[in-house]
Structures are given as structure tokens and as C-alpha cells.
Design a protein around this ligand. Structure first.
Ligand code: ZN
Ligand code: ZN
Length: 411
């Protein structure tokens, strides 16, 4: 019997380096993880350079690589994928940007780059969408709210460039910066002009918006301007279903990962209460995953949280979240007719407080795998496993082969 579907679980940033606070063990080694260890026991393990040895991956480039889309060819910056993740249908050639709602004072100086961590900004974004007009500049736009104070912007128009600077001063007490073309290119100048006009008109609408007037009355910082960054042009992605013959679903709290999923043609399932933080609704995600597997040949589930604890440099919090993930994953660990893959997209060592190029552990469990002698899911144990050290780009071909769907190379 061969499995017919793939459950691909990415535990974002879960792997680490030895932490002195944990007796020189990694959080994954120190945590009690009976479910992950059982999967390691029943599966084939290894370690993996999600892009290549020594390359320090972003979550976006790592996920592209894991899905078999070479980031060197497909990655055009975070903006367009983030815009896709905020629900903007990005067509090839459109230009995407990441945005923040922010607060400026009466003198135009930025006093809060996140507008008091405002959330539920949809009425503001809708007012901007309805009120801003860039047609005299030959630009159509889409603007949408993201999680919290975040939003995304997309431009469509002839002769627009992407090599433009951000208006985010990256600090408070100074005015936003002007948008500038990075080199003297006319296309970049057009984009910079359109961005300047967008922010000017958006600011007028925001200052008069009832939601902001109410915030001011309550002593909260109004979301009265938009900071824009991360310009990139949307590329053309070969559809996942065409590439692999499998229909797929993505489940993730992070707009960036959902955006990558829908950009390659995966169906997106949103789960209420998932935040990407350690308080995320894990059981809701697990339930949604089981439901998605009933109709999809491939489900990508991203669980964030551990990455956040790594960025915070907090090994104990990371360990505690790993134990929570482990317990929540129990219903997914023994599914029939399913190839289960568990890995990370990159390491986020607490000592680094950022991503590192250290390889990540990986396990594949399911019909047909050559079970090795590894019995624990962690960075060191998995290095002894039968997969040895692979690259992220090899994972989908290995999985397809285990599904007996790999094309034969040669006679
Ligand atoms: Zn990540
Ligand atoms: Zn991270």
C-alpha cells in the first residue's frame, strides 16, 4: 500500500543551538516531546539545509525552497507575497508592498511606528481603497489590512519600477522619509511619485476618519499615516497542482506563508484565533488540517510560536512552546494513508535571536519509508538518520517518490 496524500508540517524556527540555560541542550532536546519522538521512531530522519549549507534562510525563501520553487528564480522580495497573504490577488507584474499603520503628530513627526499596535483596521483600509485616486498617475491600486497594525499595498500600471526607497524612518521623533528612486530610472521615479501621492491622500482620509477621531478621544494614538516598504514585482509561479499532480491547502497564521501558498496555487484555510504567537489556537489548526486532508492531496501546516521565542532569545519559553506543539500534534501523528513530514524552515537560535544557517531536523513517516534507528526528534538525534543531510529542494522529489508518483529519469 502506498500513501496517497502528504501532510507537510513546518515548525517555524524550531531548531536551535545548545543553550547554556538548558544544560547545553537545544530547546528541542530539552523539551518532553513524546509525539514527535514517536514519529521519529516510526519514520526516517535526517537533517536538512532548507536552501543550501551556510545560507541563512528567511521564512519566505525557505518555504519556497521546501515547496520546490527555487528562491533564486522565484523570490522577488517580501512585498508581493505579503500582499498576496493579505488577500490581494497578485497577478504577475503587479508590484507589492508591505505597510504599517503609524501615528504622526501635528508637526508631521512619527511618534508611533505601529499606531499603538492598532488592530481591526479594515474600516480604515476600506476608506483608503474607496477614497484614494491615483488614476492621473496611470496607477491602479489595491490596499488591504493585515494582522494588527500591518497592511499591504499593490500597484498595477504601465512602466512602474520597484527600485524605490521606503518612507519608514525606522525610528520615532522624525518625519517619514520621501520615497526616492534608488537609481535614476524613470520607471522607479513613477513608482516613487505614486507612493508619495498615495500616502498624501491616505493621510487626509485617515485624519478625518471617525475611527481615528474616536481613538484620539480615548487617548489612543490615531492611525493617521501609512509607512510603506519592501517593494517587489509579483513573479509567475508554476501552479503546484500542475507541477506535482496534487491539489493542496495551506494553513498558517503568517500572511507571508499563506501568501506563498496561494501564490503557488494552494487553497488557503483560515482558522479563527490563530496568531502566530505562543498563544495561538493550535487545536483549531490541527482540526482544520484534518478536515483539509479529506479533500487535498497535500496540506502545508505552518506552526509559528517557537520562532518568536527564538527571536526573543528565550530558551525556556521556546521549550515550553515546543511541548505545547507536541501535545497538540497527537491527532496528526498516526494518520493512515498519509505521508507525514515534520521539519523546520530554518533554525532560530536563542543565542542569535535571528535565523541561522544551522541545518534543521526532518522526519518522514508513512508507508514505504525505510525506518531507521532514530528514536528522538531533535537536531542531534536526527543527524544519525537514514536521510542523512539533504537540501530542502530534495524534499518534494523524495515525497513524490514515496507516493510512487515520481517521473522516471532515463530508460
Ligand atoms: Zn520561519
Ligand atoms: Zn523568524
Amino acid at each position: 500500500m502506498t500513501a496517497h496524500r502528504i501532510l507537510f508540517i513546518v515548525l517555524d524556527g524550531i531548531s536551535d543551538r545548545p543553550c547554556p540555560e538548558l544544560g547545553n541542550r537545544t530547546p528541542l532536546q530539552a523539551a518532553l516531546t513524546p509525539v514527535l519522538d514517536r514519529v521519529a521512531h516510526d519514520g526516517i530522519c535526517g537533517i536538512m539545509d532548507t536552501i543550501a549549507p551556510g545560507i541563512r534562510p528567511g521564512s519566505d525563501t525557505a518555504h519556497l525552497s521546501l515547496l520546490g520553487y527555487d528562491p533564486k528564480r522565484y523570490y522577488t522580495g517580501r512585498g508581493p507575497l505579503e500582499a498576496e497573504g493579505c488577500g490581494i490577488r497578485m497577478e504577475p507584474g503587479m508590484i507589492g508592498f508591505r505597510c504599517n499603520y503609524a501615528t504622526v503628530d501635528n508637526e508631521g513627526k512619527v511618534i508611533d511606528r505601529r499606531a499603538g499596535r492598532i488592530h481591526e483596521t479594515e474600516p480604515l483600509s476600506q476608506a483608503i481603497q474607496d477614497g484614494v485616486d491615483l488614476s492621473s498617475l496611470g496607477v491602479q491600486f489595491v490596499f488591504r489590512s493585515g494582522a494588527g497594525h500591518r497592511a499591504a499595498l499593490a500597484f498595477r500600471g504601465e512602466g512602474l519600477g520597484v527600485s524605490v526607497t521606503s518612507n519608514d524612518p525606522k525610528k520615532e521623533g522624525v518625519p517619514p522619509l520621501p520615497f526616492l528612486p534608488r537609481d535614476g530610472d524613470e520607471a522607479d521615479r513613477r513608482t516613487a511619485r505614486a507612493l508619495g501621492e498615495f500616502v498624501r491622500q491616505a493621510g487626509e482620509i485617515l485624519r478625518a476618519h471617525p475611527l481615528n477621531l474616536r481613538r484620539q478621544a480615548e487617548g489612543l494614538p490615531p492611525a493617521n499615516t501609512v509607512l510603506v516598504r519592501g517593494a517587489g514585482v509579483m513573479g509567475h509561479f508554476e501552479p503546484f497542482e500542475k507541477k506535482y499532480g496534487l491539489s493542496g491547502t495551506v494553513i498558517s497564521a503568517a500572511a507571508l506563508i499563506s501568501g506563498i501558498g496561494t501564490a503557488v496555487g494552494l487553497k488557503r484555510v483560515d482558522v479563527p484565533g490563530i496568531t502566530g504567537s505562543v498563544d495561538t489556537n493550535l487545536s483549531g489548526k490541527v482540526k482544520a488540517t484534518r478536515e483539509a486532508l479529506a479533500s487535498s492531496g497535500f496540506v502545508l501546516l505552518n506552526i509559528k510560536g517557537a520562532d518568536e521565542a527564538g527571536h526573543d532569545g528565550n530558551p525556556r519559553a521556546k521549550m515550553a512552546f515546543i511541548e505545547k506543539i507536541d501535545a497538540a500534534m497527537a491527532p496528526l501523528a498516526t494518520l493512515e494513508d498519509t505521508l507525514l513530514v515534520i521539519c523546520a524552515d530554518h533554525s532560530t537560535p536563542c543565542s542569535v535571536r535571528d535565523h541561522s544557517a544551522d541545518p534543521v531536523p526532518v522526519v518522514i513517516r508513512g508507508e514505504g519509508v525505510r525506518v531507521d534507528r532514530v528514536t528522538a526528534f531533535d537536531e542531534v538525534s536526527c543527524a544519525e538518520g537514514g536521510l542523512h543531510r539533504i537540501r530542502g529542494s530534495s524534499l518534494m522529489p523524495i515525497l513524490l517518490d514515496l507516493l510512487d508518483r515520481s517521473p522516471k529519469y532515463g530508460a
